[in-house]
Design a protein around this ligand. Structure first.
Ligand SMILES: [Zn+2]
Length: 284
């Protein structure tokens, strides 16, 4: 006698596969350079490990059948061996990874308006306070893990200025570009690339109308030069929710979205988190 097809067994197997897929997060691209992201396997022991880099806790997610640390590397990091301090099940160990050297492109710009290059002395106190507020926001870490680590871009448009670009303004070296510019037209929608909570909203000297989103686990994203802000502090957003519109507020030479991604307090290349980085690059 033949047995009926074990539908219940199949269904259970499908449900199990779906549950595993839901728990496993698509990881950002492993690009262990200054300003990049290191994806470091931490083994498959049952307890969730805690990992620290440079004294700060780093994001640990479930990937496949093991644990993975997703580490934001500061743009100022020295290439060479780096270490994670890992604590798991009451035991401590060091896990090494290598930071590779990387040379970002250089761009020379000439701006006629001196205010764009050197802010007036009257603005310095304001700039200092806003810089500290942004830095605090970018270093924020709330519990939990991000819903996703691969995103669609928050606005549609060609990528005009890449992360890490070393800018020489009127012959003087300025701080490198720590975000990704998307040259979307004025008024184009800006959307949350992943679920999160609005951490801060401000109107700042350099970055103009600005929104910070907290995605949990030390992942924070920043949206600058907005024309309109359509969220308020503390608001919970689903992936794809509208944040505001593209503009040129603050010190911007024209409408664009400056999008930045901070991981464990370090600004890293947002392209590493894009679902289709090759398509985004092709749009340049
Ligand atoms: Zn920018």
């Amino acid at each position: 006698m033949s047995r009926p097809i074990p539908v219940r067994g199949l269904l259970a197997a499908c449900l199990l596969a779906a549950a595993t897929a839901a728990e496993a997060v698509a990881l950002p691209r492993h690009h262990p350079v200054p300003g990049g992201v290191a994806v470091v396997p931490l083994g498959s022991a049952p307890e969730r490990p805690a990992a620290r880099y440079g004294g700060r806790p780093v994001l640990v997610v479930r990937a496949g059948d093991g644990w993975t640390a997703v580490v934001g590397i500061p743009l100022t990091a020295r290439p060479g061996e780096a270490r994670l301090a890992v604590a798991q099940g009451g035991r401590a160990r060091a896990v090494a990874f290598r930071i590779r050297p990387h040379r970002y492109p250089e761009q020379r710009l000439t701006l006629k308006d001196p205010k764009m290059v050197t802010p007036p002395a009257s603005a310095l106190a304001r700039i200092r306070a806003e810089t500290a507020r942004l830095r605090r926001g970018l270093a924020h870490r709330s519990p939990g893990v991000p819903e996703r680590l691969r995103f669609p871009p928050p606005a549609n448009g060609p990528l005009s200025s890449r992360f890490g670009l070393r800018r020489i303004l009127n012959g003087k070296p300025r701080s490198p570009h720590r975000g990704l510019d998307i040259a979307a037209p004025r008024g184009a929608p800006v959307r949350a690339p992943a679920a999160g909570t609005v951490l801060d909203v401000g109107d700042f000297y350099f970055t103009g109308r600005t929104v910070l989103l907290d995605h949990g686990g030390g992942l924070v994203t920043l949206y600058c030069h907005l024309e309109r802000v359509q969220v308020r502090k503390g608001q919970r957003l689903a992936a794809g929710a509208r944040i505001g519109t593209v503009g040129a507020s603050g010190r911007a030479t024209g409408p664009h979205l400056h999008w930045a991604v901070a991981l464990n307090g370090n600004l890293v290349d947002p392209v590493l988190f894009l679902e289709t980085p090759s398509a985004a690059v092709a749009a340049r």
